[in-house]
Design a binder for this molecule. Structure first.
Ligand code: PLP
Length: 392
């Protein structure tokens, strides 16, 4: 499909071929299989001599369109749509690893990714070493002869710490390892890990790519040679995205750029407000002047993202009071919605981490994570302001 000069145009004008009906908006190809006009067509499709659609577990025009847009946005050759972000991550990890292989990963990863590292991969003899995401020397020291893959989620959840993509990209290349990045928090609009040497990029499309809290979805992107093994595995185990959900997600990509601009504008204003509040201990936001990795954030991200975290002063009971007093903001573990969502990671998304693990990634009892939505920023701030006042 033709590539335009700008992200926004590709997001809107990348489209599967029009059907005989000459529709303007893309239809939903709600079909489990596809027909062949001849015996020879069927044979050639199964022999992978053509890229004809066979069965929607393998490919479908809606998932193809969604992936074609993401490939242009992430500057990758190829990709695959998946049913969830977790199936994308699981495929990225398992399609290229064998028993005895070793992973180096940033310690601050999403809870389910952590469970894959500690409970699932060890069953097949795949081990890992966790490192502090922002300490390049730790990454370097953790590499062993059997290390095959480096994994990072940047910005991290919920710590909002960054991995130095260029450094880790070079380190992976030097050591003949795959570099896998979960780019869910930044989205392809704010950050393109492939430009810094990442070999596989995973997305939970459930978050900002959908952006409206409606569907689950995921994607995995990279060079053709690396996606080949991912696709071969996915075809057999079947973590496919439904045509309907792919249609929604492809439509959502059309507005990703404008939504992310506003998410980031609102998040920066909120972070600046919280930074001045006497009730807040620490505010973290990648584009805030006080952010410890500000220059790295500006090097690898276009804007600071939609996530803001802060520690409320006082004991952890104050957090529950604060959250119970919110009138408009939603208490939910999801993020990347038009609606501002508030999470207390220690008691919800990261509750399975041991006290030591929580401490290591900066999850205190007082930490609040906000995914700043698209409501008017004054209304977001005023809800937070009144809930802070009532939490005293
Ligand atoms: C950073 C990150 N990666 C992956 C996932 C998993 O995505 P999904 O829920 O679509 O499987 C999440 C979900 O919250 C996430 O926050």
């Amino acid at each position: 499909m033709k590539k335009h000069k700008h992200f926004e145009t590709d997001a809107i004008r990348t489209q599967v071929i029009r059907s005989a009906q000459n529709e303007h908006s893309v239809p939903i190809f709600a079909t489990s299989s596809f027909v062949f006009n001849t015996f020879e067509e069927a044979r050639a499709a199964f022999a992978e001599e053509t890229d004809a659609n066979i069965y929607s577990r393998y490919s479908n025009p809606n998932t193809d369109e969604f992936v074609a847009k993401l490939c242009k946005m992430e500057n990758t050759e190829d990709g695959l749509a998946t049913s969830t972000g977790m199936s994308a991550i699981f495929l990225a990890l398992t399609s290229h690893l064998r028993a005895g292989d070793h992973i180096v990963a940033s310690r601050s990863v999403f809870g389910s990714t952590h469970q894959i590292f500690i409970n699932i991969l060890p069953r097949w003899g795949i081990t890992h070493t966790y490192v502090d995401i922002n300490k390049n020397d730790e990454w370097e020291k953790a590499i062993m002869p059997q290390t095959r893959l480096l994994f990072a989620e940047t910005p991290s959840n919920p710590g909002l710490d960054l991995c130095d993509l260029e450094f880790i990209g070079k380190l992976a290349k030097k050591n003949n390892c795959l570099f896998v990045v979960d780019n869910c928090f930044a989205t392809p609009y704010l950050q393109n890990p492939a430009n810094f040497g990442a070999n596989l990029i995973c997305h939970s499309a459930t978050k900002f790519i959908d952006g409206q809290g409606r569907v689950l979805g995921g994607a995995i992107l990279g060079p053709k040679s690396t996606i080949k093994d991912v696709r071969a595995m996915a075809r057999q185990i079947g973590p496919s995205l439904s045509p309907f959900d792919a249609w929604i997600l492809s439509k959502s990509l059309e507005t990703l750029a404008v939504r992310m601009e506003r998410h980031c504008e609102n998040a920066l204003i909120l972070a600046q407000y919280l930074d001045k509040s006497k009730d807040i201990e620490v505010v973290k936001y990648p584009f805030l002047p006080s952010y410890p990795q500000l220059s790295l954030a500006k090097k690898q991200m276009k804007l600071g993202g939609a996530l803001v975290t802060f520690d409320l002063k006082g004991d952890s009971k104050r957090c529950s009071k604060f959250m119970d007093n919110l009138e408009m903001l939603s208490l939910t573990s999801n993020l990347g919605d038009t609606r501002t969502t508030v999470t207390h990671p220690a008691s919800t998304t990261h509750s399975k981490l041991s006290p030591e693990e929580k401490k290591a990634v900066g999850i205190t009892g007082n930490l609040i994570r906000i995914s700043v939505g698209l409501e008017h920023i004054d209304d977001i701030i005023s809800d937070i302001e009144q809930a802070i006042a009532k939490s005293k």
